[in-house]
Design a binder for this molecule. Structure first.
Ligand code: ATP
Length: 566
């Protein structure tokens, strides 16, 4: 080799390698981008669907199976390449066999077909199992989470809930192992049957090959030797088997990609509609007319032909026993669910066809089960108002409104304290402190405008003081009155009837029906009837009795021995 040529070849080789590396690098980056993008798209679709879809087990199962689909999209590409290369190899050996004898080709298919069939059966069985066991998988993941999360740690220890959960987890793992064993046994049986059938076909092929050689029908001149023919048959059979297995894998991955597409279609169909009729920024009143609503999976309606009006700028209290439908009505008012029948109007605009984004933008929701977001205090309080993330004044006002100052002073990092125990620098707060944090967020949202310029006027406070100390509770109700004084409509759901006493209007629900309405004074003079009238008065007096100054006679003092338990 001449040195000059050698150098030039070496140079070209290096260039080629560099180009290949560049191309592979670009391909990897594209792949990484898709890998990143697809879960994001999936999560984005999930957060846009209606509440009813989020509570639907079928939709949840679809969400889970679609997650497999994300990886399948990439595998689909590599399986397509495998199918293509198997086809090319087959074409090559097929050509050789065709030269030897056209009779060999169908026999080749007979050799490979049982293995292909076996692989297809096993894959289908696996897929059926995955779909049937998804719920099981989700449940065991949930149990594992419950066992390892900080928010469940106390109950797990004190109530020994860990033993119970662990037992269930173990049972589920055993059931899952049994299913895997069943699948493995079935796969082994299928494989034995397929291999036996394939072996028979191979024997028949070699028999035919022998016959062709002995009768001089095999074109040995073209093939070279009989050994070449044997190698060609074996290679051809391996190629067909490879092709069938790749087609099968392709088919399996395509099923999961199909799930991803089904989820996309389903999520789009169940997405919260965008656009719609404009809602007034400050309607005079919200009108609920003959509204009935039943949760999916329930037979009885949680709201039954409710008709009421919520005037703007007032405090309207919803009272009633547990499960009466108060929170459900609030969820419908803020657009989380749609009535099954009846209408909710803002002045004369039906919210069913209204722009839901406007509806949400006009509402502040402080739910009863306010989620303890594992974020910094700053992020929790400015959720939904990211533009105020660094607005020291707005944050200070919110803290003052919610009585959060002392809580903030106690933290070394103030607003940047991470409310996530178990993480580096993370802390947790008491129930009442969390309620104050929730109140601060409510205030910040209620007193500032969102990105679309709308400032919420409807404040829904569902049991906002259940964990507050008496002074904080009194202050919280005063503050809600202050918000109403600034023009907000406060929908107050509370079992503290002393607080609802100062509401402008009280609606009393019972078993999903509206049974009483009026001011506190009106309701306190209502006569009781079978339909539920008088229930407010009864409940109010019952609560008031607990604070009666005349306590039952003095109890005997506790003896020192009793105190120490000796
Ligand atoms: P409480 O005073 O206990 O908070 P509530 O008056 O707010 O009660 P809701 O939460 O509205 O009552 O519940 C009304 C009925 O609807 C209850 O029977 C409840 O079990 C049912 N329910 C509430 N939420 C759901 C849900 N997401 N799915 C199914 N049923 C629900």
């Amino acid at each position: 080799m001449r040195p000059g040529r050698g150098r030039s070849r070496g140079g070209l080789g290096t260039l080629g390698r560099a180009r290949r590396r560049l191309r592979d690098g670009r391909h990897d980056r594209d792949r990484e981008r898709t890998v990143r993008q697809q879960p994001l798209t999936l999560l984005d679709r999930a957060q846009r669907v209606e509440m009813a879809a989020m509570e639907d087990p079928t939709f949840n199962r679809l969400l889970e199976s679609a997650r497999f689909g994300i990886n399948s999209v990439h595998r689909l590409t590599s399986e397509s390449v495998s199918v293509l290369s198997a086809l090319l190899s087959m074409a090559a050996t097929g050509g050789v066999l065709l030269t030897l004898s056209p009779l060999l080709l169908p026999l080749l298919v007979l050799i490979a077909a049982p293995r292909g069939w076996g692989a297809a059966i096993t894959a289908r069985r696996r897929r059926t199992s995955v779909m049937a066991w998804l719920q099981h998988l989700r449940a065991s993941q949930l149990i594992a989470q419950l066992l390892t999360q900080t928010y469940t740690a106390a109950e797990i220890r004190v109530h020994a809930a860990g033993t119970f959960l662990l037992h269930h987890f173990e049972q589920m793992a055993l059931a899952s192992d049994a299913e895997q064993a069943r699948l493995a046994a079935a796969a082994a049986r299928t494989k034995i049957a397929a291999s036996a059938a394939s072996g028979l076909a191979l024997a028949a092929t070699f028999g035919l090959l022998g016959l062709l050689v002995s009768t001089g029908h095999l074109a040995l001149a073209a093939a070279g030797t009989a050994g070449t023919a044997v190698v060609a048959v074996r290679t051809g059979a391996a190629n067909v088997a490879g092709l069938l297995s790749s087609v099968n894998a392709l088919f399996e991955e395509a099923l999961y990609v199909g799930d991803l597409q089904t989820l996309t279609t389903e999520a789009d169909a169940r997405a919260i509609p965008t656009g719609g009729t404009d809602l007034p920024e400050r309607p005079d009143a919200l009108h609920v007319e003959n509204v009935t609503f039943t949760y999916a999976g329930r037979s009885a309606p949680s709201l039954d032909k409710i008709t009421l009006t919520v005037p703007t700028g007032r405090i309207v209290a919803l009272a009633g026993e547990n499960g009466a439908g108060k929170s459900t009505l609030a969820r419908l008012l803020c657009g989380l669910y749609q009535p099954d029948s009846g209408t909710i109007r803002w002045d004369d605009v039906d919210t069913a066809t209204a722009d839901r984004a406007q509806l949400f933008a006009s509402t502040v929701l402080l739910p009863q089960d306010f989620f303890h977001w594992p974020l910094t205090l700053r992020a929790v309080v400015t959720t939904g108002r990211p533009s105020h993330h660094d607005d020291a004044r707005a944050l200070a006002e919110a803290a003052e409104f919610a009585g959060m100052e002392a809580l903030l002073q106690m933290q070394d990092r103030g607003w940047d304290t991470l409310a996530a125990k178990g993480f580096e620098g993370g802390v947790d707060f008491s129930g009442g402190q969390w309620q104050r944090i929730g109140t601060a967020r409510t205030y910040l949202r209620a007193t500032t405008a969102g990105a679309d310029g709308r400032r919420p006027f409807l404040v829904i406070a569902d049991e906002p003081t259940s964990a507050l100390d008496p002074a904080a509770e009194v202050r919280a109700f005063d503050n809600l009155r202050r918000l109403a004084g600034q023009g907000a409509t406060v929908l107050l759901i509370t079992h503290r009837l002393a607080a609802s006493a100062s509401a402008d209007l009280i609606y009393v629900l019972k078993d999903g029906r509206l049974v009483e309405q009026g001011t506190h004074e009106e309701l306190m003079t209502a006569d009781a009837d079978q339909a539920g009238a008088g229930s407010y008065r009864t409940a109010y007096l019952l609560q008031a009795q607990q604070y009666a100054t005349e306590l039952p006679g003095p109890r005997p003092p506790i003896e020192p021995a009793e105190r120490t338990g000796r």
